[in-house]
Design a protein around this ligand. Structure first.
Ligand code: SDX
Length: 444
């Protein structure tokens, strides 16, 4: 393949990628537009590949395939760079409130003071749920996994909010976006309260987003709960670090669901379902379970050997990433936060954190992990902080879903507004039987 400049008239825009196929001794050459990105590798536009050549492409897991155009998030896996609308995740995590970042992801600019305040007002008026939705929880067993409850309750929201379902109406799309961002913490906290048999706590709208969530999680009618400001700051940072991440599995699920014009609540419910998987957002819960199973530093080599053994399905949870091949910048920020939070909550030496540090140290010196470029990802340290601030293990992925709702909603809105978007319908490489004779049962 060679890339050749287009004719001068459009040379300033893009080049052409030239492919030469030889089939049955006949050489054929085809050209496809080579599109530039603001950042990152050039993109071969193969939308007309099949109509031009009769060939399909095969790319399981979409390792080399761009599914859409987006201006929300950019990840450079070699540099360990994560930008939201051009701002580094470090700057946003260390200097912003979560709803500031939500505004940035939704509208493309960091809000000024009045925009931030107006946005907060638009969100807090939607933090409560329709009272009948509260009965919905009664149908679950008390030991239901809270992610099962999240999928069910979020998917049911369209049954209650009929005035924000018309996708052609930008005001209704915005109303649905605000409702989802505002209600996720309430739905999540109620799933926790239900699991422990405590009464639901209504949101307190004078509190900031992360503080309000902590209030709904841990306050009781019987005493006046005071939010720990350091804990709230750590949770705010965790929400920002989990807000969006290009076209990951759950975001791609939301886009695919949205491409059929499904209602926004159903689309976000599909994202929650996809995030739940231990290979994706469920990894933070799986990391803590793994650290508990390892138990002590002496057993680390045993588990590293299992992770390297192809006959053993065990993988080192919280390690590896499809895109990051040097380090996950979010894991770096979270590792630094671990120290701050553990100190703030008076946990001098958290054995799981010590074990995680030792596991990371040994793994990063191991040839297997070096050769396969496996580093701690966002899920490796997040669970240690969440556990330290009192979040139960079963709620770890729920918090990921609360934060990622901002990214899912932003990506969904971008897709709906994209003039070239169409229903997502991948092709396949068929390896089943050719057409064959049907025989009635007596002849089989
Ligand atoms: C998230 O996409 C995103 O952006 C996701 C996310 C987001 O913000 O949305 O960043 C959030 O999902 C983070 C990832 C959380 N998952 C885990 O921590 C689970 C453990 N990690 C792996 O399952 C794996 O690393 C993935 C799923 C994260 C990435 O898988 P890839 O890119 O498809 O890589 P792969 O499975 O093809 O692995 C490449 C090689 C394989 O060995 P070979 O077949 O080449 O011999 O590396 C090995 C794998 O066996 N490998 C691991 C490993 N991860 C990859 N071996 C041991 N332990 C691991 N964790």
């Amino acid at each position: 393949m060679s890339s050749q400049k287009k004719s001068d008239s459009i040379a300033s825009l893009d080049q052409m990628a030239k492919f030469t196929f030889t089939k049955n001794g006949i050489e054929q050459t085809f050209e496809f537009p080579l599109l530039s990105q603001t950042l990152g590798p050039e993109v071969i536009d193969i939308r007309e590949l099949y109509t031009k050549t009769g060939y399909l492409t095969y790319d399981p897991g979409f390792t080399s395939t761009a599914s859409c155009e987006s201006s929300i998030t950019f990840v450079d896996g070699e540099q360990g760079l994560l930008l939201h609308r051009g701002y580094s995740i470090q700057d946003l995590a260390n200097h912003c409130d979560f709803l500031e970042v939500a505004y940035l992801l939704l509208y493309g600019e960091i809000p000024n003071q009045s925009q931030h305040e107006k946005f907060e007002e638009n969100i807090i008026v939607h933090t409560m749920l329709h009272e009948q939705l509260i009965n919905f929880y009664q149908g679950f067993r008390r030991d239901a996994h809270p992610m099962a409850i999240m999928v069910g309750v979020v998917g049911a929201l369209s049954a209650f909010y009929h005035d924000s379902l018309d996708l052609k109406d930008p005001e209704q799309r915005e109303l649905a976006s605000y409702r989802l961002i505002a209600k996720m913490p309430s739905i999540a906290a109620m799933a926790y309260k239900y699991s422990v048999g405590q009464p639901f706590m209504y949101p307190r709208n004078e509190l900031k987003y992360a503080e309000n969530f902590l209030h709904m999680m841990f306050a009781l009618p019987s005493y006046d709960y005071q939010v720990n400001k350091t804990v709230a700051r750590a949770l705010n940072k965790i929400f920002i670090l989990h807000a969006d991440h290009e076209q990951n599995a759950s975001t791609s699920t939301v886009r695919l669901a949205g491409s059929s014009a499904a209602n926004p609540f159903a689309c976000i419910a599909s994202g929650i379902a996809s995030l739940w998987g231990p290979a994706h957002g469920g990894a933070n819960e799986a990391v803590l379970n793994m650290l508990k199973e390892i138990g002590k530093k002496e057993r680390i080599p045993e588990f590293l050997n299992r992770a390297k053994d192809k006959t053993d399905p065990f993988r080192l949870m919280g390690f590896g990433h499809r895109i990051y091949k040097n380090f996950d910048p979010r894991a770096v920020v979270l590792k630094e936060s671990c120290h701050e939070v553990l100190e703030a909550v008076g946990v001098k030496n958290n054995p799981l954190f010590e074990l995680a540090l030792e596991l990371e140290r040994i793994a990063l010196q191991d040839d297997y992990f070096i050769e396969k470029k496996l580093f701690p990802n966002v899920d490796f340290y997040s669970g240690i902080i969440l556990q330290a601030i009192g979040i139960p293990l079963s709620m770890f992925t729920v918090l990921f879903a609360v934060a990622r709702t901002v990214g899912w909603v932003s990506q969904w809105r971008e897709m709906i507004a994209d003039p070239v978007q169409k229903i997502g319908r991948p092709r396949q490489r068929y390896i089943g039987p050719s057409q064959r004779q049907f025989n009635p049962v007596k002849e089989r």
